[in-house]
Design a protein around this ligand. Structure first.
Ligand code: UDP
Ligand code: MG
Length: 336
């Protein structure tokens, strides 16, 4: 009977709520996290599944998760990845395994309390597609807070989507948005931004934030930098266009400078122009600008290629009224 117990729990139907948690070397937090999560989820009175995704941990995390999955069948699912793929990839793996109508993501380090989950669920039930959260009284080192406030401002400027805090992973998503995210083929994803670009109704709530319970942050400076680039490139190809704009400005400056030189030369005579040195500068500017412009033009093509390769869905159908789907059930195609 226990041959196929993983992934497909014995419960009859699909759970209402899925909790997805990426885990990377978190052995010191798992015991408390699991206890608190189970308590919170059972109290909601909904059917639920807690999906832990072990992201190639080198400590005892995977072992512990296996054991929990056996101890609480139908409530805890353990997904073990075979090496470290990064937090966002791990969350995607969890999405793929999840079946709930509502999906909530959470970090394993107890920085955001699991007790805030019911608030997120309540918002999802009101009909929001994405429920973000921002960290009230954030407890991270100053440098981290400074960097993320810069990044948050940048994201807001680029996307125009008002979200106070993109770094907080305690978030809720509707099934529609999760399925849409799964149908995106891109490798480098920044989930909160991706979700927002696919959602129709978003909101956010404040959640308390505490210091990391145990262990240390899994992000060193290089991982953070690479994450910021994931965020930027997953959002916009505008930086590529900046090259063309820059090139245009430099070239134009060169031309204007050349004209100015011509006028001054006519006014003050040949010896004023330092024997053509200034003229060389103006030519240089024109050519440098042309190079940037050429790069930017290449960038425009590359930008389009990267958009195409991502293969994000062109549209997402929320519901069809009176169509085929209602008569022939089990038809959930999201992809265009
Ligand atoms: N994490 C992961 N894979 C990684 C890095 C982190 O699954 O390569 C998980 C980690 O276990 C935690 C969450 O992602 O549950 C957030 O990591 P962390 O708390 O270290 O990030 P910070 O709070 O410092 O931004
Ligand atoms: Mg953390």
């Amino acid at each position: 009977m226990t041959v196929m117990s993983f992934g497909s729990s014995n419960g009859p139907g699909v759970p209402e709520l899925s909790i997805v948690i990426p885990v990377y070397n978190e052995e010191a937090n798992l015991e408390e996290l699991t206890g608190r999560l189970l308590k919170v989820c059972r109290n909601t009175g909904k059917t639920f599944e807690i999906i832990f995704v072990d992201d190639g941990s080198r400590d005892r995390s995977a072992e512990m998760l296996r054991e929990y999955a056996h101890r609480y069948p139908g409530e805890i699912v353990a997904v073990i990845l075979n090496r470290n793929f990064g937090q966002h990839a791990a969350v995607m793996a969890g999405f793929q395994e999840s079946r709930g109508r509502m999906v909530v993501t959470l970090d394993a380090d107890l920085q955001n309390p699991p007790e805030a989950i019911p608030d997120i669920v309540a918002k999802l039930e009101e009909g929001f597609d994405v429920v973000g959260s921002y960290r009230k009284n954030r407890q991270d080192p100053f440098f981290r807070r400074f960097c993320s406030s810069l990044v948050n401002k940048m994201v807001r400027a680029c996307t125009g989507v008002m979200m106070t805090d993109y770094g907080c992973m305690l978030r809720g998503y509707s099934r529609t948005v999760v399925d849409a995210m799964l149908s995106c083929h891109e490798r480098s994803t920044f989930i909160p931004v991706l979700a927002n670009s696919l959602a129709s109704k978003t909101t956010e709530i404040g959640v308390p934030h505490s210091e990391r319970q145990a262990g240390e942050s899994k992000y060193n400076i290089w991982k953070l930098i690479s994450l910021q680039f994931d965020l930027l490139t997953s959002m916009t190809t505008a930086p590529l266009r900046m090259l063309s704009v820059l090139g245009g400005i430099i070239s134009l400056g060169g031309v204007l400078f050349g004209l100015l030189l011509l006028v001054l030369r006519l006014a003050f005579g040949a010896e004023w122009a330092a024997e053509g040195v200034f003229t060389l500068f103006s030519l240089l500017f024109i050519f440098i600008g042309a190079q940037f412009f050429g790069l930017g033009l290449l960038g425009e093509y590359i930008g389009r290629i990267s958009l195409d390769v991502r293969g994000r869905p062109r549209f997402i159908i929320k519901e069809v009224i009176g169509g085929r789907a209602e008569t022939t059930s089990a038809n959930q195609a999201v992809h265009g």
